[in-house]
Design a protein around this ligand. Sequence first.
Ligand code: ZN
Length: 173
Amino acid sequence: MNLVLKATQFSALKHRNQRRKDGKTPYIIHPISVAMILAEIGGIDDPEILSAALLHDTIEDTDTSAHELDKEFGSRVRKIVEELTDNNQLTFTQRKQLQIDNAPHLSKDATLVNIADKISNVSDVIKTPPPEWDQKRCNEYADRAEAVINNCQKVNQDLENHFFEILTEYRKA
Ligand code: ZN
């Protein structure tokens, strides 16, 4: 519990100046929602996995180093976050393709956080599409997330089912 609260505070501070794609929502709402999806839908109560969920975008999107996470949260949390960090040296297209290609090789811990991340992101795009995105761009986003999830190891049926329910709803609408 203490670790999870500490991760919430750490992540809130690191992301304090960032907003979500809609330009309004404070960024921290996203990592919190990923942790909540793991707990409520996935039935995950492992504090290190929930902490990694809260921290999953800190190396990629803030000045946080792997060393800092290791020191504050331990090596297991650091490893999960590192596995989920895109290489910002690559182009957008390369990064997205790598997410699909790497999905089968993620650890079980990182796979859980990855599926919850895709659930959170796809729900956001469906509920509050970024203002400059047209229908085609939203559809491509959902298709890419589906390709990642299809390539992931099967680690949690409830999370996987939830992802595909959201996607099915979206495509019917
Ligand atoms: Zn994320």
